[in-house]
Ligand binder design. Structure first.
Ligand SMILES: Nc1nc(=O)c2c([nH]1)NC[C@@H]1CN(c3ccc(C(=O)N[C@@H](CCC(=O)O)C(=O)O)cc3)CN21
Ligand SMILES: CC(C)C(=O)C(=O)O
Ligand SMILES: [Mg+2]
Length: 277
């Protein structure tokens, strides 16, 4: 979105404007105040407190175990670090599946306790009633369709969605259901670029892609993937824009060496008592 409005807070209405003007929307995940401050300064439009924190922060294999309380703690920190970016929090697995009333209770907790501007939840047609109930309460909702990690066991792994005529038709139905339910934007995860472009052209709300090609209205990546901090396997759709892992490893090693050989701390990094010298 516009650099001219660089310091003005990103609002939901700016998403429609960005879609209309063709300006790409930029998003990264964030789970703490330090990265929130940096990404906000860089002009990233959306900071998502993703349930990917389960993997990235907590070291879990899937996103399923992370709790509402855990994401709320992280979301509060991200909100404190963001002065321009729109902060969105993922509703974790188990916190909205029981239906619209449970979903609204969870969304209200996020709004009361964290200061995020919107919540995100997974599912297209299957989640339309839930999206509608939250939106009707005045809480903006970001949808998330295609590969939905909370359903990875049901989907049979990290499987590309929207393939073939059946997949394409389902993805379009999901996208339209999310829009119709009142979402202000929708994440398209792991779908063929051609289908994602088609969905993006058909929708009035912007699409934010991850593994969904350049035809989306915006892009999102998990920040540790985007900055090259991860040490494990990263999805093939990721581009590492830095080698943060090497920076961290070199710094920690240099610190270790300096302590071991006695060169840290120097006198200037120590306190003196003039009355005792
Ligand atoms: N670090 C990180 N990056 C992500 O993009 C991400 C998370 N964590 N956690 C939550 C979900 C899970 N996502 C994932 C995780 C793995 C693949 C993956 O490994 N994909 C393979 C193809 C399928 C496979 O072999 O499992 C790929 O090469 O892209 C894709 C998306 C996306 N999200
Ligand atoms: C990858 C994005 C879209 C997400 O849902 C997450 O980080 O949890
Ligand atoms: Mg997520």
């Amino acid at each position: 979105m516009s650099e001219q409005a660089a310091r003005k807070r990103v609002r939901i209405r700016h998403f429609a404007q960005a879609k209309a003007s063709g300006e790409k929307i930029t998003a990264l995940t964030s789970y703490d105040v330090q990265t929130a401050r940096i990404f906000d300064e860089a002009g990233i439009d959306v900071l998502l407190v993703g349930d990917s924190a389960a993997n990235v922060v907590l070291g879990l294999d899937t996103t399923l175990p992370i709790t509402v309380d855990e994401i709320i703690t992280l979301a509060k920190a991200v909100v404190r670090g963001a002065s321009r970016a729109l902060v969105v929090a993922d509703l974790p697995f188990g916190s909205y599946e029981r239906g619209p009333e449970q979903a609204l209770d969870t969304a209200v907790r996020f709004m009361k306790e964290t200061g995020v501007a919107a919540v995100k939840l997974e599912g297209g047609e299957r989640s339309a009633d839930v999206i509608r109930r939250i939106v009707d309460a005045g809480i903006p909702v970001m949808g998330h369709i295609g590969f939905t990690p909370q359903a990875e066991h049901g989907l049979g792994g990290h499987v590309i969605q929207g393939k073939g005529e059946t997949g394409r038709a389902q993805l379009l139905r999901d996208a339209l259901a999310v829009q119709e339910a009142g979402a202000f934007a929708v994440v398209l995860e792991m779908v063929p670029a051609k289908i994602a472009a088609e969905v993006s052209a058909q929708l009035e709300i912007p699409t934010i892609g991850i593994g969904a090609g350049a035809g989306c209205d915006g892009q999102i990546l998990v920040w540790t993937d985007a900055l090259g901090l991860g040490s494990g396997r990263v999805p093939s759709f990721v581009r590492a824009f830095a080698d943060a892992r090497a920076v961290f490893l070199d710094a920690a090693t240099a610190y270790r060496d300096a302590v071991k050989d006695g060169t840290f701390p120097a006198a200037s990094e120590s306190f003196s008592d003039p009355t005792a010298d």
